[in-house]
Design a protein around this ligand. Structure first.
Ligand code: GLN
Length: 518
């Protein structure tokens, strides 16, 4: 029997579908542009309008800059919900990624201009572009594997390395570009790189033939539109009551806070109502339980990123103002470069951490995704102990050593490796297929809310002091992680063995699928 010639999208490289590497590279360039720009943002906003070699900044206070930074980094991910919905119901993930990449090129392009309108427009477009691209490219990675394919977790670890390679390159290069040519050259570089991402994605389409396509479910009688789900809300007294309570709470929140929070609360009420209706509409208890466990795991996600994301805000400012960045008297390390530590550590340790789990799996002692996520919170939380040391040293001697930052970022990274790629893979295992992108969107929105929490916590440092904030984070995260480990048994039961049957799939078995059908 002669072997059939494989089509491009069926070919493998190092045991993984070639499509994975196309998505890896696209996401690498996208993350380069995102993290390159993000590393500059707070510094650009707080730089004075005159007298800085890098060109005029916006001259804002730390508090103002951190507030905008919190909103921006939240919205970037919250927009993943509409991005995911549009992909699920209208265009499929593949086109959504394309649309997102084009919008991102425009957004980063606009940021080259120095006017303030260009600043806000550019940020707006980046928010929209990431919303389209980020959840959908991640769901596409899951779509490369069939249910039960043991290569999925590893695929996500590889993809995660791509994310961080982009971030590492950006944070290493952008600081130097800005020092030499000014802020807007840094923003411009992000734009050029995004164009590379777009070209790479378009050129790699033949390897992605079976993934991320839109499948209209017109003949599926179980298919319900989001509008229908909302209209069903009015026929479900219990859900209507919960939605009503949330609505009132949102309006009260709006009254006491500003309109930004008001809109956010209303948006969250709308999403929570939709999720309740999806839950009610799912047709088996297995789907319902898995849906519930996903939502519960998102609580961990919010807490994790709420602490972790001090990196771009408070820790970034701390590095700039309180850390001795002198490199053996030779030169001063630019603050932006410290943002590379996280990405560098990911690249160094991603395979190691994935390897530890894989070894345990072979011994039949595989830890569940939920356990890894809880452990990730605890490890990351411990990282803040080193920031506590940094503050104590600063209070004693007026400066603090870089080593504390290095150790903090090391622990943060190991924690991130336990939670983030694991969660991405977990979602593609547990989410009902017709809501795959939406659930990925909700995951990113949860991380976006975490970013906002991080902003609020970071801002409050000007009131409570850095020591209280860093120590508070250690205590809170460790307690939450332990609590989740304590309720692991019941949570795992709700997954109905979604992770217990993973095995090596033969090529023929892995053919002809669209998404991980659960
Ligand atoms: N470092 C991850 C990325 O850029 C984190 C994303 C997130 O979930 N907030 O993809």
């Amino acid at each position: 029997m002669s072997a059939r010639a494989l089509e491009p999208h069926q070919k493998e490289l190092f045991g993984q579908p070639i499509g994975l590497y196309i998505l890896f590279l696209t996401e690498m360039w996208e993350r380069f542009s995102y993290y390159g720009m993000r590393a500059l943002l707070v510094l650009y906003m707080t730089t004075q309008t005159i007298g800085d070699a890098r060109g005029p900044g916006l001259g804002w206070t730390d508090k103002e800059a951190l507030a905008l930074y919190g909103w921006y980094t939240m919205l970037v991910y919250v927009m993943s919900i509409p991005g995911g919905m549009i992909a699920d119901k209208l265009i499929g993930q593949k086109k959504a990624v394309l649309v997102g990449a084009i919008i991102l090129c425009l957004g980063h392009g606009v940021l080259i201009l120095t006017d303030i309108w260009a600043f806000y427009t550019g940020l707006g477009l980046v928010i929209l572009g990431v919303g389209f691209l980020k959840p959908n490219i991640s769901t596409m990675v899951g779509g490369l594997y069939k249910e039960g394919d043991i290569r999925r977790d590893k695929g996500f670890s590889i993809f995660y390395i791509g994310i961080n390679l982009g971030s590492l390159l950006a944070t290493m290069v952008v600081g130097g570009v800005v020092a030499k040519w000014g802020w807007h050259a840094g923003f411009g570089l992000a734009g050029i790189v995004m164009v590379l991402g777009l070209i790479n994605y378009i050129a790699g389409q033949k390897y992605l033939k079976d993934v991320g396509n839109f499948i209209p479910n017109k003949d599926d009688e179980n298919e319900v539109s989001y509008i229908e789900l909302y209209s069903k809300l009015f026929k479900s007294p219990a859900q209507l009551l919960y939605a009503g309570v949330l609505l009132v709470a949102s309006l009260i929140g709006w009254y006491f806070m500003d309109w930004g929070y008001g809109l956010l609360f209303l948006f969250l009420t709308a999403i929570a109502s939709l999720l309740m209706m999806i839950y009610k509409d799912l047709n088996t208890q297995v789907f319902k339980d898995r849906f519930l466990v996903l939502l519960l795991s998102f609580i961990m996600v919010i807490i994790f990123w709420g602490a972790f994301e001090q990196a771009g805000g408070l820790m970034n400012l701390y590095t700039e103002t309180n850390t001795n960045r002198d490199f053996f008297g030779l030169f001063t390390i630019p603050t932006v470069m410290f943002q590379s530590l996280n990405a560098g550590f990911i690249i160094l340790f991603a395979t190691l951490v994935a390897g530890i789990w894989a070894k345990r799996k072979l011994k039949g002692k595989e830890a569940s995704s939920l356990f890894k996520m809880a452990l990730g919170i605890i490890i990351m939380g411990f990282g803040f102990l080193f920031m506590v040391c940094a503050v104590i040293e600063f209070e004693k001697s007026g400066t603090s050593s870089m080593i504390w930052l290095v150790l903090a970022y090391l622990f943060h990274t190991i924690g991130e490796l336990c939670i983030s790629p694991v969660a991405l893979s977990f979602i593609t295992k547990l989410a009902p297929v017709k809501y795959a992108s939406l659930m990925m969107g909700v995951y990113f929105a949860a991380s976006g809310l975490g970013n906002k929490v991080a902003g609020i916590v970071g801002e409050s440092a000007s009131e409570f002091g850095e020591l209280t904030i860093f120590a508070g984070i250690v205590i809170f995260t460790v307690i939450i992680g332990i609590l989740f480990i304590l309720i692991l048994g019941p949570l795992k039961r709700l997954t109905h063995g979604a992770e217990e049957s993973e095995r090596v799939l033969k090529h023929e078995e892995a053919e002809g699928f669209e998404l991980a059908d659960n």
